[in-house]
Design a protein around this ligand. Structure first.
Ligand code: 5AD
Length: 340
């Protein structure tokens, strides 16, 4: 039996979360997945929410040790879409009948306060879409201005709540060492819907820290939770280390990622939880569909035009996920995730 939400996420719940996280027996895992599926249905229903993702720039000023678009990556052509190009994508997303655009990019200083504010205002005026910003760590002034311009949501993954591990893989940017967790709390106070999440199986990640990450999802009362496996990128320091290391910590597998996803659903019953592309990169052909029976309720359609889509190379296999037009995507849980 899966304990109640209070028993899992109250003050004494951490060892219980840790137990469920580590238990790789088929029976325990099946019970966890079906509990997450029930909670998903009870709290957010059977509608699969589609989102339109546009990767507007792969320029980045940061050096995150795992990421393929980090500043010092050589040999990757860089691009930045114009406002007209983004506006055309927004119109296409509206045409497809989706109601949200996610603007994602590296931490690109050329996407500055007035520019992004103007882009958000234009998208809102021309399409009325809900706008999610996923542009990295930005200043309080920028966040407030973009909220005033009409941005609705922010997606900023904290990746790990283990401070030492976090510091090891995230050299500070121009804002200095900042706490993403504090930033998420401020974003919420300014009226954004706030999404965050973690990578599963970062080299050096402990089971205990991952259990604390999941507890933090509940404490932050996240509106969106994105959980994906760490996918080693050969052109990054952590990707090279991952191949060499025989790490005793959390492995970046489908099963462990599925258990984190399911626990995220129990932690945040009403949150929107995407079936992430990284899962598809790990398990081509079924990674995302399987997530829909483990707590996920959001499907991201990558509508970044080519050739830019393949240049947004954060991890290998990402560009291979087929560009789903709304008409090709599963429109219901019934088609994608057979009921048990
Ligand atoms: N494996 C998995 N996810 C990654 N991301 C970046 N690099 C990787 C990787 N190697 C994800 C991180 C980051 C977002 C930009 O993409 O979660 O926040």
């Amino acid at each position: 039996m899966i304990p109640t939400r209070g028993a899992l996420f109250g003050p004494a719940g951490l060892p219980r979360v840790l137990g469920l996280l580590r238990d790789d027996s088929a029976a325990a895992q099946a019970a966890l997945f079906s509990a997450a599926d029930r909670v998903r249905r009870a709290h957010v229903g059977d509608a699969l929410l589609p989102r339109g993702l546009v990767e507007i720039s792969n320029h980045c000023r940061r050096q995150c040790a795992y990421c393929g678009i980090r500043a010092s990556r050589r040999g990757l052509p860089r691009y930045r879409m114009t406002h007209d190009e983004v506006a055309r994508c927004a119109a296409a997303i509206r045409e497809l009948g989706l109601d949200t655009i996610v603007l994602q990019s590296g931490e690109d200083p050329a996407l500055d306060l007035p520019g992004v504010a103007a882009l958000v205002r234009r998208i809102k005026a021309e399409t009325g879409l809900a706008v999610t910003l996923s542009l990295g760590e930005r200043s309080d002034d920028e966040w407030r201005a973009w909220r005033a311009a009409g941005a609705d949501r922010v997606l900023l993954k904290f990746e790990t709540s283990d401070d030492l591990l976090y510091e090891r893989i995230h050299p500070p940017g121009p804002l200095g060492p900042i706490s993403r967790i504090d930033m998420l709390r401020r974003l919420k106070s300014w009226g954004y819907e706030v999404g965050s999440g973690v990578m599963v199986g970062i080299p050096g990640q402990s089971w205990e820290s991952l259990a604390r990450d999941i507890h933090l999802f509940a404490q932050l009362a996240l509106d969106m939770v994105a959980v994906g496996p760490f996918v080693p990128h050969p052109d990054t320091p952590l990707g090279q280390l991952a191949v060499a290391a025989n790490d005793a910590g959390v492995p970046p597998t489908e099963d462990v990622t599925g258990r984190v996803l399911a626990l995220a659903r129990l932690a945040c019953p009403s949150a929107n939880i995407p079936a992430t592309t990284a899962l598809e990169a790990l398990c081509p052909g079924r990674g995302r569909a399987d997530a829909l029976s483990r707590g996920a309720n959001v499907w991201m359609h990558n509508l970044t035009p080519s050739p830019w889509r393949s240049m947004y190379d954060v991890y290998p296999g990402k560009g291979l996920v087929p560009p789903t037009a709304a008409s090709q995507a599963p429109e219901s849980f019934a088609r994608c995730a057979p009921r048990r």
